[in-house]
Design a binder for this molecule. Structure first.
Ligand code: NAD
Length: 439
């Protein structure tokens, strides 16, 4: 079977190597020559744990190219281009349409187009029409978690396939051939129609975002009445009806999916003339959660951060990824430098720090010229000459750091933990002033 993939970003680079690993020959197509050249030499364009080794192992099965015409005569063409949001919170389908227009000039036979990108209702139907209603179009949303993406590809919770009503058996069988790998692994494959598959992806992300926001909101009350949110969450986890995932009181969700997918779903409700108060509130509360957390900093320092050096641990939106998209750490760092504080940052992921360095070049130059942001090489390095610490990343490696030494380094011996990762009793025994989300 000949398979092509278009858009070798986070999702597709991983899916490409997964398909190549299970034995398929893949044409991996992207617009950008530099990305393709890098991939040809076995270097991933994104960081994901284990990806480099897997790419090098599977490269003989992958042909990297910028030539979209090479996808002609493929049995399946997977589309995984980005779908950001526009200024009105609507999903921006520019890349999807561009890829569709390019394909229109290319398709020769009965190539099946599979949309992996997260797209709102009717996009698969739009693509079918754009391609002249000749080629089958299938919706196959992706649920991977960056950081655990390779594991998620080999053992997903489910595969969702959305077909045009009355789709031919040959098309369904071809798709099932790709996912045959899961046939003896108890991975459910849900077959449904286009619009249902499209909605499943948004509903899943919106539900998880709502769970996170729920516990964040409970944390605010917990703060006011001096309850311990970590114990509240733990007791909720123990209830098997609730489950133990996505119930950590933190500084709010970020990343390339939840914020944009929640906003897109709100927009889709409006387009249908329906309001949706829960999600609108989720989005608002998530945005204000950073301010809520930062209030602890402002209250503690009487808003006087001028001249302070603050150590911020974590720049990516989650541990061991280089993805800074919608990272709450960036929001916090921006607030700090606007208050004329100096910032020292560290992240265990070296690629995340590289991306952060590039990001700082785009910061408001007026501020950037006066306030240096120091990128440290180690965790301990970062604490030197710092007044206090803000934790923005739930990376467990931090628990193995030498907090006796950190206590010596930090002038104010104060820690604001935005991810409730440290143990409050340990911190208090070391005489830190320790503040976290939820008390
Ligand atoms: P990305 O921005 O990392 O990658 C998109 C890629 O598409 C880029 O490499 C870009 O150069 C390429 N591209 C854009 N237009 C193209 C065209 N016309 N022809 C060829 N290549 C083109 O995006 P991503 O994070 O991989 O996400 C892709 C989609 O998958 C989005 O819809 C996203 O919502 C969804 N998704 C992402 C994740 C995630 O964790 N990142 C998880 C599940 C679903």
């Amino acid at each position: 079977m000949k398979i092509s993939v278009i858009g070798t970003g986070y999702v597709w680079l991983i899916q490409t190597v997964w398909l190549a690993k299970i034995g398929f020959s893949i044409q991996a197509i992207d617009l950008f020559e530099d990305k393709i050249e890098k991939l040809k030499s076995g270097i991933p364009t994104i960081y994901e744990n284990g990806l480099e080794a897997l790419l090098q192992e599977t490269m003989r099965n992958i042909h990297f190219t910028t030539d979209i015409a090479s996808s002609a005569w493929s049995d399946i063409i997977f589309l995984c281009v980005g779908t950001p949001q526009d200024e009105e919170w609507k999903t921006d389908l520019t890349y999807i349409k561009q890829a569709g227009n390019d394909l229109k000039k290319t398709l020769i036979g009965n190539e099946i187009i599979v949309i992996k990108s997260t797209v709102p209702a009717s996009t698969n139907a739009m693509m079918y029409e754009l391609l002249g209603s000749k080629n089958p179009v299938v919706s196959n949303p992706e649920f991977l978690r960056e950081w655990l993406a390779i594991e998620d590809f080999f053992t997903p919770d489910r595969v969702v396939l959305g077909f045009k009503d009355g789709e031919k058996h040959e098309v369904i069988d071809t798709l099932m051939e790709v996912y045959w790998y899961f046939s003896d692994k108890w991975v459910p494959i849900l077959q449904t129609n286009w619009q249902t598959a499209e909605l499943i992806k948004y509903a899943a992300n919106a539900f998880l975002a709502t769970k996170i926001t729920f516990i964040n909101e409970i944390a605010r009350l917990s703060d006011s009445i001096w309850a311990d949110i970590n114990d509240v969450a733990k007791a909720l986890w123990m209830d098997h009806r609730i489950g133990n995932k996505f119930l950590n009181a933190w500084i709010g969700y970020g990343g390339s999916c939840f914020p944009k997918d929640v906003k897109s779903l709100i927009h889709q409700f409006h387009e249908q003339g329906l309001g949706w108060d829960i999600l609108t509130k989720v989005d608002e509360t998530n945005t204000s959660q950073v301010d809520y957390f930062m209030k602890k900093v402002w209250n503690h320092y009487w808003t006087q951060l001028n001249g302070k050096t603050i150590w911020v641990f974590g720049v990516a939106f989650k541990p061991d990824t280089d993805d800074l998209r919608e990272s709450k750490a960036l929001v916090i760092i921006n607030r700090l430098i606007k208050a004329w504080a100096m910032v020292q940052v560290f992240d265990y992921n070296a690629k995340a720090l590289e991306n952060f360095e590039k990001y700082t070049y785009g910061l408001a130059t007026g501020i950037r010229n006066f306030i240096p942001i120091v990128i440290s090489k180690t965790f301990l390095d970062m604490t030197k000459n710092a007044d206090f610490l803000i934790l923005t990343l739930e990376d467990k490696r931090v628990l193995d750091e030498d907090f006796d030494m950190i206590a010596n380094n930090l002038k104010d011996k104060t820690i604001f933990d935005g991810k409730n990762i440290l143990h409050k009793d340990v911190m208090k025994n070391l005489w830190f002033e320790y503040m976290w989300v939820g008390c």
